[in-house]
Design a protein around this ligand. Sequence first.
Ligand code: FE2
Ligand code: FE2
Length: 161
Amino acid sequence: MSTPFHDPASVTIKNLEAAFAGESMAHIKYRYFAKLCRATGDEATARVFEQTAEQELLHAFGHADLLFPAARVTPAKALELAIQGETYEYTEMYPSFRHAAVAEGRDAAVQEIDAQIAESREHAQRFQAVLEKAAKRFAALAKVEERHANHYKATLDKITA
Ligand SMILES: [Fe+2]
Ligand SMILES: [Fe+2]
């Protein structure tokens, strides 16, 4: 997995990307294990998994701070990155996984992949809508600023005339 600010020359960045993936997975896996433990009635073990999952989340955030530097990830950039990721999922990744699952006759996986394709598409569309709304808001704000600037200039012209 390479992140958007991936540096091919840096072993450390590559390691951070792997660590980010691993800690993220641990977070989800422990939450999932907690669910399984709870279903058997083992509440104490479920809670240990949940508490540890919260720490894994913080570990993943620590890596994310370095891989997605705040100075470079504006809300618009975050939306663009998210749209890219979701679009990759539903146009490339899942279709190729689906192909393999069909070839192996793994019907449950095919169904699950189909649901994920639909969800990823919805996520991409939702992010896209937010991005477009933000762009319109910016354009509207720019017009207001322009009106203000013109107004100030006219006033200034009057004073200096
Ligand atoms: Fe960890
Ligand atoms: Fe998604």
